[in-house]
Design a protein around this ligand. Structure first.
Ligand SMILES: [Zn+2]
Length: 355
């Protein structure tokens, strides 16, 4: 299985002059992209059609290589719009390139190892108008994580940052190993059906965020700290031994649309990064060839794993005690046991049944 990841790094270390040149390129790129969109939309163009006679059509100072990148992105946008419309059964809407980003290929952008205090330089050349631009970047922690991955040929340049993509071939999913259920909460970030509790420091981190003014620098920093903590905690799980991980499913979640955010997303008064946590677990599973599934969390915290009796009173805070059979345990661990059982005994879990 091939998996991809991306990593952002700021261009804030470039001088204003360099950034202005970059924005000039982006603006022209965007203008030309919209001409291509006009040409491609409704005309069933394919990638193989992007030859010189086509890419030369727009009047522009952009080089042949840049036109190629630009036409490629425009075609991708048109094809994406057609695909989405087909899935929804509606008429496609012509996309618009807003100039927020450009996707450059390895023919126009390359990375050079650092000189002086900067770790890497992004060198943009062959864009036209004899422009050659060198943008200093700091190689931060996230990029270092991908040192063993294959870097993708294209780089996405946004107005404030550049985004690199990486690929890795992981092989098929494991067929041996443990099956675990994972319950996500705020007393313990993760509780597993193996009886493990991880990340017990999350509450104070959430409280710090709550005290900050939204959108302030301190608020962003506190969110970043929490995010880092989520990654760190998920890393403590030994995915090497695991073959299947089951979490609870988030319902009715549509990114960016506030009104669709269900109570599940919030989970607590402070909107903590619950969705991000699940995404991190899923990514770690992919990287370790672990099957990842999720189940409806309905009553998983109130159900007895021993006799299946479900009652609100079974759970009192962190303590679970079945009012019917007397089974007792830590509430979050009980939740994770139920999550795992719900999957393995459900209609899609058959292949994972033990013994
Ligand atoms: Zn019971």
């Amino acid at each position: 299985m091939k998996i991809t990841r991306s990593s952002k790094t700021t261009i804030a270390f470039a001088t204003q002059k360099k950034r202005d040149i970059l924005y000039g390129i982006t603006d022209e790129y965007s203008r030309v992209a919209n001409i291509f969109i006009e040409m491609f939309f409704g005309n069933n163009f394919q990638k193989k059609d992007l030859k010189k006679d086509i890419t030369d059509v727009p009047e522009s100072w952009l080089s042949a290589r840049m036109r190629q990148c630009c036409a490629g992105e425009a075609l991708g946008m048109v094809q994406g719009a057609v695909r989405i419309a087909a899935a929804k059964g509606i008429v496609p809407v012509k996309p618009v390139h807003t100039g927020r980003k450009m996707i450059l290929s390895s023919q126009t952008v390359r990375i050079e190892k650092g000189r002086n205090s900067f770790d890497i330089w992004l060198v943009i050349s062959s864009v036209g108008n004899k422009i050659k631009l060198q943008i200093p970047l700091k190689k931060h922690r996230h990029i270092n994580l991908f040192s063993e991955w294959k870097k993708s040929g294209s780089v996405v340049i946004h107005r404030k940052y550049v985004m690199f993509s990486y690929e890795k071939e992981t092989g098929g999913k494991k067929t041996e190993g443990k099956l675990i259920g994972i319950d996500c909460g705020i007393n313990h970030l993760l509780a597993t059906s193996e009886g493990g509790l991880y990340g017990s420091e999350v509450k104070p981190l959430i409280n710090v965020i709550k005290r900050k003014k939204q959108a302030s620098d301190a608020y962003k920093r506190a969110k970043k700290t929490l995010s880092y903590y989520l990654h760190k905690t998920v890393k403590e799980l030994n995915f090497g031994e695991i073959r299947l991980a089951v979490t609870e499913k988030l319902k009715n979640l549509k990114q960016g649309k506030k009104k669709n955010r269900s109570k599940d997303f919030r989970k607590t008064p402070g909107n903590w990064k619950y969705r991000e946590l699940l995404r991190i677990i899923e990514m770690r599973c992919e990287e370790n060839r672990v099957s990842f599934r999720s189940v409806n969390p309905y009553k998983t915290s109130q159900t007895c794993p021993a006799c299946s009796h479900a009652e609100r009173g079974n759970r009192v805070g962190e303590n679970f005690k079945c009012l019917k059979c007397g089974y007792s345990g830590q509430s979050d661990i009980v939740g994770s046991l139920n999550i795992l059982t719900r999957f393995t005994t459900g209609q899609y879990g058959a292949g994972f049944k033990i013994g």
